[in-house]
Design a protein around this ligand. Structure first.
Ligand code: NAP
Length: 465
């Protein structure tokens, strides 16, 4: 009797679920797939990262749900790799293991004052307003009048926009109650978003910029002199194969040339300005950010870097968000590239850095494979590449040893180590309860934001894990 190909996927965000989708679609395969998720709920950054006022993007979960309901698939939530399951456990139970754990930490600025109270990673704030159980207690102090967001990627734009939403706009989102309440009573009147390079190099995309012009009570302000292109930027724009870039620059220049509408809040989108230290106020919390104006210079590698001009600027702010990128965390038992914050791999096959050879049976997908870049859909071709490698290796018997622990035994082990384990049926109940609670107050859903709250809603009392 042939043994089904047994596969474990660690994580249940888009990279994990596109990996699952490609595996299930592979013709003629006898498969059994187990998904292990650390949090009590599935979907990774779709639930805990995508902005709560972007419900259309969050709707991608509808395409993921049938995958988790497939009879070949088991979903174990609340199970943490490295805590409830080790690499050794996985080696005994599966032919192939794919890690899709994302980038769970943030990049640092490495400037003085970065860790002052009131200076937060944007990633933590995003997780807080999305009800991520690890960040529900963040309590950002929104009692100041001015906030700064460092970086001009889409996360920076999300954070700036969320800080500017009116109570009405907030109530249309699936933000948890605590975030709606805190943001509705926020005293922040101005938000400064700081880009160290120019409009051509800005990492945000055009629809996200356009959205900032349609906020109910916020005027977007760009300085005309900062929207102008220097010769290096003009040359980069002309060379660029990205056809949307010219439209983005045009929009930036159009906003800069238009008088700001009379609205209660101001969102200043700045270019050519780089923070070099955070300065404490009298209360010991962050009080201002000291910046240097910059100009672009060519790097030996052919890129364009920001170089300080010597002109200084001090921007007062009681809250600072460092939004300079996510960063992957090492996974116990796997090699890790400290510089890139990723697991070394070739096309998804985990590589032993000492030999440069693939480690049989171990794979990566998503941000832990390629770094924190791209949108949700980018994970689809990324996962396809990993699945191709997995299936090629399975066909050539380059897998882990034949499993010695069967499906039922593995489940017993998981339940012994984590008695509070949750299943896909549990998620379906939670999903229904959250949506019903939302419908009662005209919101998409009201999220449960702790493991205990999820268990209580399911009528269970937490067992020590
Ligand atoms: P990102 O796109 O890589 O942007 C990082 C920003 O930080 C860049 O503007 C970068 O400027 C700046 N930065 C880096 N180091 C800096 C430093 N030391 N000082 C000042 N600025 C610095 O990262 P992200 O915004 O975290 O987004 C991650 C990914 O998720 C992106 O692919 C993004 O598009 C995606 N995402 C998409 C959406 C959406 O589709 N709506 C929403 C959120 C996130 P330089 O270019 O000068 O390095």
């Amino acid at each position: 009797m042939s043994v089904p190909l047994r596969i474990a996927i660690i994580g249940s965000g888009p990279a994990a679920l596109y990996t699952l989708e490609h595996l299930l679609a592979a013709p003629g395969l006898d498969l059994e797939v187990d998904i292990f998720e650390r949090l009590p709920t599935p979907f990774g950054l779709v639930r805990a990262g995508v902005a709560p006022d972007h419900q259309k993007i969050k709707a991608v979960t509808r395409a993921f749900e049938p995958l988790l309901a497939d009879p070949r698939v088991r979903f174990f939530a609340g199970v943490e790799y490295g805590r409830h399951l080790t690499l050794d456990d996985l080696r005994q139970a599966y032919h192939l293991v794919c890690f899709a754990t994302g980038a769970q930490s943030d990049r640092r600025l490495d400037i003085p004052g970065e860790d002052l109270p009131g200076s937060l990673p944007a990633t933590a704030f995003v997780a807080w307003y999305n009800g991520h159980p690890d960040f529900a207690g963040l309590q950002p102090d929104l009692s100041c009048e001015s906030a700064i967001v460092i970086g001009v990627g889409n996360v920076a734009i999300d954070v700036a926009r969320i800080l500017c939403l009116t109570p009405d706009e907030l109530r249309r989102t699936d933000m948890p109650d605590y975030a709606i309440e805190a943001l509705s009573t926020s005293r922040i009147r101005e938000v400064h978003v700081l880009g160290r390079r120019g409009p051509v190099q800005a990492a945000f995309t055009t629809p996200e910029l356009k959205e900032l012009t349609t906020l109910e009570d916020t005027a977007l302000v760009i300085r005309p002199e900062e929207a102008e292109l220097d010769p290096l930027s003009r040359a980069e724009l002309e060379r660029s194969p990205d056809r949307t870039l010219a439209r983005k620059v045009e929009l930036i220049q159009h906003i800069a040339a238009s008088p700001p509408p009379p609205r209660g809040r101001r969102l200043y989108l700045r270019f050519f300005i780089a923070p070099d230290r955070l300065i404490a106020g009298e209360d010991g919390r962050v009080g201002a950010v000291h910046c240097q104006r910059t100009r672009l210079v060519e790097t030996p590698g052919g890129g364009l870097a920001a170089q300080p001009t010597g002109e200084e600027e001090l921007i007062p702010a009681g809250l600072v968000f460092r939004s300079v990128g996510y960063r992957g965390r090492p996974l116990p038992g796997l090699p890790f590239d400290e510089r890139l914050g990723t697991v070394p791999n070739r096309g998804g096959r985990v590589i032993d850095p000492a030999t440069g050879d693939p480690i049989p049976g171990l794979y990566v997908a998503g941000w832990i494979k390629r770094g924190p870049t791209g949108v949700i859909g980018t994970n689809k071709p990324d996962a396809a590449e990993t699945v191709r490698a997995m299936l090629e290796d399975a066909a050539a018997s380059r897998t882990l040893a034949t499993p010695r622990v069967d499906r039922a035994e593995l489940e017993r082990l998981v339940r012994f180590r984590q008695p509070n384990v949750l299943t896909f049926a549990d998620w379906q109940t939670i999903d229904r309860l959250e949506r019903e609670a939302g419908a009662a107050c005209g919101r998409p859903r009201v999220k449960l934001t702790s493991f205990e709250a999820v268990l209580r809603a399911l009528g269970r009392s937490p067992a020590p894990a």
